[in-house]
Design a protein around this ligand. Structure first.
Ligand SMILES: [Cu+2]
Length: 290
């Protein structure tokens, strides 16, 4: 059956409760931390060696699509009514948004140690204990808007600038790609200061705390950000029906150092699932966005 992912702002309190309970249940079973580990393991950047499958790479979108699906399936094994909601950060832009209420994500970290004190993921509730990734403590941390060096969530205009680009991605297919929808949405730039972070990356910066690094999955809002990013790939395809939905088609050849073996072309397999970007270009028959 096709399931529907909804905007978090339109969830009923019962839907929020069921989503949160399934996430907490997954955590108690030890399965949640497996998702944190997978994300940490696949966090390879330009400057490192090896295949970049998840970030700074064309397969940023299909890799996270599959990652979300795995997570959603795990939740649905516990409660078949649950789907991953999405956070439209061009609309819900303040710490007062219902997203951060105690029925869903809980609020900001406190000033002293950035520890989240409200909602289901507060350490004091006893379930949300951080075990994966480097942290100052075993509690979830957030630092909304980074008051010591303020940053805003991405604007509609910056998102539209990414959505307008008719080319999926461009060589050198990394964080320095100077055009192409993928990097404009993922958000790496050569800019300085606050202009360094755009769209998806800027959301991670704005939330702060655990959302900053490879262990960002420790903050459940990770999934709501990525569900919106996933929806944006759909919208981009609908807006550019004549564009290739994924690039590159073919892997860069052995002569093309340093690209060879660093990225996944359309028909190459993405670890850890043995699935090709091509198989994740659509999701009809699995889920839809409302
Ligand atoms: Cu990621």
């Amino acid at each position: 059956m096709v399931h529907t992912r909804k905007n978090q702002a339109r969830l009923t309190s019962a839907e929020k409760r069921r989503f949160v309970n399934a996430v907490l249940d997954l955590k108690r079973r030890g399965e949640y931390d497996e998702f944190v580990r997978i994300h940490v393991e696949h966090y390879v950047s330009d400057g490192e060696d090896g295949l970049r499958v998840a970030h700074m790479t064309p397969s940023f979108l299909p890799w996270h699509r599959r990652f979300l699906l795995e997570f959603e399936r795990a939740l649905q094994r516990l409660d078949s009514s649950v789907t991953v909601p999405y956070w439209d950060w061009t609309a819900d832009r303040s710490p007062g948004a219902s997203l951060w209420g105690s029925g869903l994500m809980g609020g900001n970290g406190r000033r002293s140690d950035r520890q989240v004190m409200t909602g289901p993921f507060a350490r004091s509730n006893g379930t949300w204990i951080i075990t994966e990734g480097e942290t100052d403590g075993d509690f979830l941390m957030r630092d909304f808007g980074r008051p010591q060096n303020p940053i805003e969530l991405p604007t509609k205009a910056t998102l539209d600038w990414a959505m307008r680009d008719p080319v999926y991605d461009r060589a050198p297919w990394d964080s320095t790609s100077d055009g192409g929808f993928r990097n404009k949405l993922e958000g790496w730039t050569s800019g300085a200061g606050n202009s360094k972070w755009r769209n998806h990356n800027r959301v991670h910066r704005w939330v702060g705390g655990h959302m900053l690094g490879g262990a960002s999955v420790n903050d459940p809002v990770f999934w709501l950000n990525h569900a919106f990013v996933d929806l944006l790939w759909d919208r981009w395809q609908a807006r550019h029906p004549r564009s290739a939905p994924y690039l590159p088609e073919k892997p860069p050849g052995p002569g093309k150092r340093p690209l060879h073996g660093r990225i996944c072309a359309r028909f190459e397999r993405m670890p850890p699932w043995d699935v090709k970007p091509d198989e994740l270009i659509g999701h009809r028959g699995i889920y839809r966005y409302a």
